[in-house]
Design a protein. Sequence first.
Length: 343
Amino acid sequence: MVRTVAVVLTALVGLAAAGCKKSPPANVAATVNNRAITYAELDKQYHLQFASPGEKQSDDQVLIQKLEVLRSLIDNEIMLQRAEKLNLMAVNSDVEAKFAELKAPYTQEEFQKQLAARKMSVDDLKAQLRRDLSVQKLFNKEITSQIAITDKDVSDFYNGNRSSFNLAEPQVHLAQILVSPAPDTNVRNLKNDKAQTDEQARKKVEMLMARIRQGDDFAQLAQNYSEDPNSAPNGGDLGFIPESALEKANVDLRKLITNLAPGQTALAPRTPEGYRILKIISKEPAGQRELGDPRVHQTIRDTLLNRKDQLLKAAYYEMARNEATVINYLALGIAQVKDQKKK
């Protein structure tokens, strides 16, 4: 545990401005280009992501989790400020349209229950939508719109992976979002979001399932929140799973996959690895798939686009962090206490 805390502190204290000796402003957990992130904001996000009634955690564990949440808030603030600078902030009509879209599938009572479960008011949700839509506009302009996948890129990928399009038996093209209750500091996603207990994992997967029902993009949610390091960077894409492999899965999971139609999403039965949201991308009969098949062409194009998008977003985050002036007062305070104990 001590080593884990040291590693986290080393990474996060590095975000603070060098040589910062002045006392931190009251109630400020961090600043990004002199804009404050308050402890009230941090505590609200922490309780939303991690706090579980009746669960007792060590002080070190709580601080590790708060550092993770604060890192995410810092990253979000950096991106929001870049959106502001480029005049890409979502306008009221954008927010109201998205709000109406999220609210549409529910009765008023059901919608209020959804808000209560996330400990949000209508104003809280609209403020979050404005931030999310603004950052989305930033990514679309700075990253997604700049990606060009050519026909040659597609054909090169197909020629290099032709055997993978020759299906010896019927297969299912699957994607997943995995949420594991087991603490693992190696798990990384765009939001640096990790459940630590079964209760946190359950709440997290229910929140993600609700966002999918509300129309959020599955691949983007997987990149942001999935705890599977292998599939998260590719939007949760697991590739093609042969029918024979499905026979080895438990009965409930196999039945779920069999009954889902392409494009459908569902919460899978809990397994020892944790909770999964599964999406059926397609179901394919046996045989060779040729490049001329529009589905093959589109699958390859989507795969290459997702890979490039993930790579460029990761690089963009790092570049933006390097260019921002960040002081993480929470990390500095923890480090100072540790240094004082050594003396």
